[in-house]
Design a protein around this ligand. Structure first.
Ligand SMILES: [Zn+2]
Length: 70
């Protein structure tokens, strides 16, 4: 009986936090792929507040006008 013991789980995987670019440990990290909950929220906040801004005010684009556009 041979039981090969691969102790790969002892290896630590380092990743890079997408928000602050800091090296972060993958294991034991509940906020992965981010380094912390703050960075996770920052990433989501950036998405909601700045990146994902819909220019609907001066363009006059409303769901109604999109329906008529067919
Ligand atoms: Zn971070």
């Amino acid at each position: 009986m041979s039981t090969p013991l691969h102790q790969q789980q002892n290896l630590r995987t380092m990743i890079q936090c997408p928000t602050c670019q800091q090296p972060t440990l993958w294991q034991d990290n509940p906020h992965r792929p981010f380094c912390s909950d703050r960075c996770r929220l920052l990433d989501l906040g950036c998405w909601a507040d700045e990146e994902y801004r819909v220019p609907a005010e001066d363009g006059g684009i409303t769901p109604e006008s999109l329906e008529n556009f067919e």
